[in-house]
Design a protein around this ligand. Structure first.
Ligand SMILES: [Zn+2]
Ligand SMILES: [Zn+2]
Ligand SMILES: [Zn+2]
Length: 214
């Protein structure tokens, strides 16, 4: 196991914040409007975590020392929380996406707790209306963040999609007025941006990534 880097000491919160702002708006991050994933499409390590390079504070003043690889989600954690990760803990991705670096999706917790989130179905949301149908996530107090499952349907959706229920079938069109916009769904599914995330999202326009296939 490689030696654990003290991100707070080697980078500091201010540089971490600058790095996160730069990478969020640097054209290599896909921001999801529903779940608020910040998915880094740049360099990743062999485990799939986004990584960037920067010079460690302890290497400054040594021109022959090369920059070090840092995991982007931990940089984001330090940028948001202002402290490093406790020695007996790991940074969990509540959203289950290793290349996501939205600090609202990150939580420092025990290795066991982190591992137990793998395969958690999370709360189940109705993909048509956004309301919660069941809470299959038993993680407390911080629930896992999962996208709406297209296989989950509520009784209203059945009514609308089955011809047997009569003339309501045309309301399946996405433009149906009672169908919420993705932004509406995000209020119920994803974590609302707070703290650093809100500040960064509001500070700069999110680059239009239309041409990248979104
Ligand atoms: Zn995430
Ligand atoms: Zn529904
Ligand atoms: Zn869970």
């Amino acid at each position: 196991m490689p030696e654990r880097i003290d991100y707070a000491a080697e980078l500091g919160q201010l540089l971490c914040r600058n790095l996160i702002t730069r990478h969020l708006h640097g054209g290599r991050t896909q921001v999801d409007p529903v779940i608020s994933y910040w998915l880094f499409t740049g360099s990743r390590n062999s485990d799939g975590y986004g990584q960037i390079t920067a010079k460690k504070n302890s290497d400054r003043g040594f021109p022959n020392r090369r920059p070090t690889a840092f995991l982007l989600h931990i940089v984001s954690f330090v940028a948001d929380r202002g402290h490093g990760v406790p020695n007996d803990q790991q940074v969990s991705h509540l959203c289950d996406r290793r290349n996501c670096f939205n600090p609202n999706h990150l939580l420092a917790e025990s290795v066991q707790a982190n591992n137990s989130r793998k395969g958690c179905p999370g709360p189940l949301f109705c993909p048509d209306h956004g309301h919660k149908i069941a809470s299959l996530c038993k993680h407390a107090p911080t629930k896992c963040i999962r996208p709406p499952n297209p296989d989950v349907i509520c009784c209203l959706s059945i009514k609308h999609s089955h011809p047997d229920f009569g003339r309501a079938t045309e309301s399946l069109a996405p433009s149906t007025p009672d169908r919420p916009t993705p932004r509406h769904v995000s209020e119920q599914v994803g974590a609302a941006p707070t703290g650093l995330a809100a500040a960064i999202e509001q500070a700069t326009e999110i680059p239009d990534s239309e041409e990248e296939g979104w």
